[in-house]
Design a protein around this ligand. Structure first.
Ligand code: NAD
Length: 408
């Protein structure tokens, strides 16, 4: 992921006529911190967890990005994810650079008390480099509003004043924003609508397949269902289910647990691999990275692939899909709704003035539609695919800001 990201950044900067000095500056995060967090476990032993925080570039403003709790978190992934956050903020024109954090752990195996100690310990460990005007975290895979609540509480204790702008994705009563919970899925749904228009597909007749049924995937399934589309396949980490006549999404939403798992309740499941190759119009990988590769790119039947997950398609597979005429909308554009409403939350915290859900939704829609149109326009002008076009739009602002600051 990390090297592929650097490759595309290099290409984007060349297309924009920036030289090698700019690539040297932007190819890696400006700051990267590794921390170790001791936690007293319920059985009385002390376990030491490794965590990271990466800050890619703060030339346009503070850095911003989620915190992931997952057994496979690693340095290269966190660095790549922080670069993608920079690109997303550039595409949506938010006044942020990219940040990202992660802890190597499996929250599914931990009690609530252990998770709280880990969350608070992480904030203490990174407190010197984060803050409302420095770097603002948020939820990501296997972290949620409860974890954000423990983190903002710990940070406020450390600073000795209430600091809601330290983190986003908080519960509403602690200064969260209306619409944040569903923001990523909402943004993906808006992008799907725009992509479908370009391809002449009527959403009401469309068959949609979604891999992953967590925060992004499950709410997206609901948005698609409510828009009249048929959701013909969904999956979780254990397996997938399909129904060519359309699945009962409301029932599945009731069944899923807080980690987005539901398939253990069904006997006639298919594999995640089979799910990706189902006959459909729109495929949305909304789980983890590296799902569409050289191995299966030729077998994808969808006409449109919209990446809700970060990095679900390799660069080799991107080329295959593009050559086959599949319209691929890249992650840094399609899942930017999450950071956009996180930005709204931060603005509301800074002003102590809170918006209605309608205001949030309308502002989100405008940003997502404008961002999609801008990337699409650049792809046509420069005759490049949507991924390279998105990188060009995303990196331009950072490069220009860095020039003005005399950094490159
Ligand atoms: P989540 O933890 O809520 O849900 C993840 C889902 O993926 C679950 O259904 C899980 O069972 C499934 N899954 C996990 N491992 C899998 C595997 N190996 N194969 C198939 N399915 C698997 O996570 P989320 O917040 O919905 O995030 C999903 C993706 O979207 C991630 O790539 C994340 O970085 C990206 N994303 C999320 C947000 C957000 O606001 N939630 C914003 C931007 C990007």
């Amino acid at each position: 992921m990390y090297h592929s990201t650097q490759t595309v950044i290099h290409e984007a900067l060349k297309k924009l006529n920036f030289g090698d000095q700019m690539y040297e500056l932007l190819k890696e995060p400006l700051r990267f911190l590794e921390v170790r967090i001791p936690v007293k476990m319920d059985d009385g032993t002390v376990k030491v967890f490794t965590g990271y925080r990466s800050q890619h570039n703060d030339s346009v403003g503070p850095t911003k990005g989620g915190i992931r709790f997952h057994p496979e978190v690693n340095e290269a992934e966190v660095k790549a994810l922080s670069i993608w956050m920079s690109l997303k903020c550039g595409i949506t024109n938010l006044p942020f650079g990219g940040g990202k954090g992660g802890i190597i752990c499996d929250p599914r195996e931990m009690s609530g008390r252990e998770l709280e100690c880990l969350s608070r310990g992480y904030v203490r460990a990174i407190s010197q480099i984060v803050g409302p005007c420095k770097d603002i975290p948020a939820p990501d895979v296997y972290t949620n509003s409860q974890i954000m609540a423990w983190m903002v509480d710990e940070y406020s204790h450390l600073r000795e004043f209430d600091s809601p702008g330290f983190i986003t994705g908080k519960p509403l009563v602690l200064g969260g924003s209306k619409g944040r919970e569903t923001a990523t899925a909402h943004g993906v749904a808006i992008v799907i609508e725009e992509a479908a228009k370009k391809k002449g597909i009527n959403l009401k007749d469309a068959r949609v397949v979604i891999q992953g049924f967590g925060n992004a995937g499950s709410y997206l399934a609901k948005f698609m269902h409510d828009a009249g589309a048929k959701v013909v396949g969904v999956s979780d980490v254990l397996g997938a289910i399909t129904d060519p006549n359309g699945l009962d999404i409301d029932y599945l939403l009731d069944c899923r647990d807080s980690f987005g798992t539901f398939s253990s309740l069904f006997s006639n499941t298919i594999s995640n691999k089979e799910l990706l190759e189902l006959d459909c119009d729109i495929l949305v990988p909304a789980a983890i990275s590296n799902q569409i590769t050289e191995e299966n790119a030729y077998d994808i039947k969808a006409l449109i692939v919209v990446e809700a997950a970060n990095g679900p398609t390799t660069l080799e597979a991107t080329k295959i899909l593009n050559d086959r005429g599949v319209f691929l909308v890249p992650d840094i554009l399609s899942n930017a709704g999450g950071v956009t409403v996180s930005y709204f939350e931060w603005v509301q915290n800074n002003q102590s003035y809170y918006w209605t859900e309608e205001e949030v939704d309308n502002k989100l829609k405008k940003i997502m539609v404008d961002s999609f149109e801008n990337v699409y326009r650049i792809s046509k002008i420069h005759q490049v695919d949507m991924r390279l076009a998105a990188y060009m739009v995303g990196i331009k602002k950072l490069a220009e800001a860095s020039c003005f600051r005399g950094w490159a």
